[in-house]
Write a protein that binds this ligand. Structure first.
Ligand code: SAM
Ligand code: SF4
Length: 499
């Protein structure tokens, strides 16, 4: 065995801290009880419309639904009731998030990975089939410069494989480098102001390091909550094979001081009905133990990936209709949470998803390693984790949002003003956060229009901004004079003014 192999083996052996699982389990059991979930789904089959409408009413009061209540909604088949649910989901979204859409870009930092997830193009079994690479700090800065300076993103999700070459120290350095980037733009300067992270589960000590460098949301998708499917998808001799280490990663993050955590399921691995209840149980567990639920929920559908039967022919493929039902139910069940749809989905689906409750989406997306700095149009299977469904530019997406009456928000103020975690949940539930968000959406959208928009997008965006400013004047007059002052300063080239 080569010494690099021995080092990797040792690194793997040290990763999982069993005491940081056992402290949360009860009698060695985790909080996902498969039989109970199947039971709840069965007991609430064919629900009474009166009960369904009571549950919808509860959700409209921005109250989290229980697993049983969620099962009732999952079991609704009646077309009329489904329409009522979709309308209520849109109303909940409007109450909590108004007409704001947050955009971001993924930044894939590398594709080295010690795991062997059956559905992923980066799995270790794909040895020799893909070129492996981890970006250097200079390369990460170049990617961030393009994203912040040429496209206009202010928010990234940095994505990492699990490997000693891209360990916690690498993640921390890469985040520092991204935050350091400051690029001259047409009328001001561009910067990445929030770096969210999608990475493997970590120990509390490692998560404290990430908290100190100022990560935004820490995302770990459970992939599937169903224990035996999880075991089948993630070989037991790999790190990811440990279900509980992954399940409790959010507990450790919150304990380490990371306020915003993101849950997710990879839909297509198991029955979507089970998975939605799993997500709701996870949110309830976090609310119970930490007083704070998930900042975001992601719900990717499995996409084709290199050399992966599981992803090329998914056993539990989710239809478009069921996918929309999933979005509706998550919005109703966890009304305060941010919901993320990614460019895995095609443009039509993303439009419908926004109407039903999604609040965040990516654009100008490239998921090849180092792909933002290179000129290429075609997606390349051998350098990507999976194939994208929507490769439109940020500008195209923003133009469409503006035409639909949405305002694109680049606001990252909440996290920098301490409006995170438990505090933001209360503000969101009571609709108060919206007051700040509306103001910051106007200011950050103005920045983007002045720095990056072509003429058509500028005109469409300005229409939206004018309407928003009128609404602030009517609904929030105390803040209006300050808004007008900040707005004027931004038009003159000042940047990053926020409430
Ligand atoms: N390596 C880390 C992990 O697995 O937690 C984080 C990065 S991984 C690249 C991010 C997410 O991509 C995974 O959590 C999984 O849900 C998703 N993913 C993997 N393979 C996929 C596929 N074929 N189609 C869609 N999403 C996929
Ligand atoms: Fe590695 Fe994540 Fe892909 Fe699994 S999903 S092989 S952990 S990159």
């Amino acid at each position: 065995m080569k010494s690099a192999d021995i080092d990797t083996k040792r690194w793997i052996g040290d990763r999982i801290k069993h005491e940081q699982i056992n402290k949360y389990t009860e009698g060695g059991k985790d909080f996902i009880d498969d039989n109970k979930i199947f039971g709840i789904l069965e007991e609430n089959f064919n629900p009474d419309p009166v009960r369904v409408r009571d549950i919808i009413k509860k959700s409209l009061e921005i109250k989290t639904l229980s697993a049983e209540e969620t099962a009732v909604l999952i079991n609704v088949g009646d077309r009329k009731l489904l329409e009522e649910m979709a309308e209520a989901a849109a109303e909940v979204k409007k109450k909590v998030y108004d007409n704001r859409i947050v955009t971001f870009a993924p930044l894939y930092t590398g594709n080295y990975c010690v795991n062997n997830c059956l559905y992923c193009g980066f799995k270790s079994d794909n040895k020799g089939l893909i070129g492996r690479k981890a970006l250097s700090m200079d390369e990460i800065r170049s990617e961030a410069e393009i994203l912040a300076g040429k496209i206009g993103h202010k928010r990234l999700i940095a994505v990492y494989g699990e490997h000693p070459l891209t360990d916690t120290e690498y993640i921390a350095r890469s985040i520092r480098n991204i935050y350091d980037v400051k690029v001259k733009t047409r009328n001001g300067f561009g910067q990445i102001r929030r770096v969210n992270v999608n990475a493997a589960p970590m120990s509390i000590e490692d998560l404290r390091v990430l908290h100190e460098v100022g990560i935004g949301t820490y995302q770990v998708f459970q992939e599937t909550y169903h224990h035996s499917t999880y075991a089948r998808m993630h070989p037991s001799d790999t790190l990811k094979g440990n279900y509980k280490w992954r399940l409790y990663s959010m507990h450790r993050a919150l304990e380490a001081g990371v306020d915003d955590v993101g849950l997710g399921v990879l839909f297509g691995l198991f029955d979507w009905k089970f998975e939605v209840i799993g997500l709701v149980c996870h949110a309830a567990e976090l609310e119970k133990k930490f007083g704070v639920g998930p900042h975001t929920i992601s719900f990717p559908r499995i996409e084709p990936a290199l050399n992966s039967d599981v992803s090329n022919n998914p056993e539990f493929e989710v239809s478009d209709d069921d996918f929309k039902k999933i979005i509706t139910i998550i919005r109703l069940a966890v009304p305060y949470t941010g919901m993320i749809i990614t460019a895995r989905e095609k443009a039509d689906m993303r439009r419908d998803a926004l109407r039903l409750g999604v609040t965040q989406t990516d654009a100008s997306t490239r998921i090849g390693i180092g792909a933002y700095s290179e000129t290429y149009d075609k997606q390349q299977e051998e350098r990507q984790q999976f194939i994208l469904g929507d490769t439109r530019s940020l500008e195209e997406v923003i133009k469409e949002f503006s035409d639909m009456g949405y305002i694109t928000s680049f606001c990252t103020a909440g996290y920098r003003c301490g409006r995170t975690g438990e505090c933001i949940m209360e503000l969101l539930r009571s609709g108060q956060e919206g007051r700040f968000c509306k103001l910051n959406a106007i200011l950050t959208f103005r920045e983007w229009l002045d720095d990056f928009a072509g003429i058509d997008t500028l005109l469409a965006g300005e229409k939206v901004i004018e309407k928003e400013i009128r609404e602030v004047k009517e609904q929030n007059p105390a803040f209006y004079p300050k808004l007008v002052e900040y707005y004027g300063r931004i038009k003159k080239g000042e940047r990053d003014l926020y409430f």
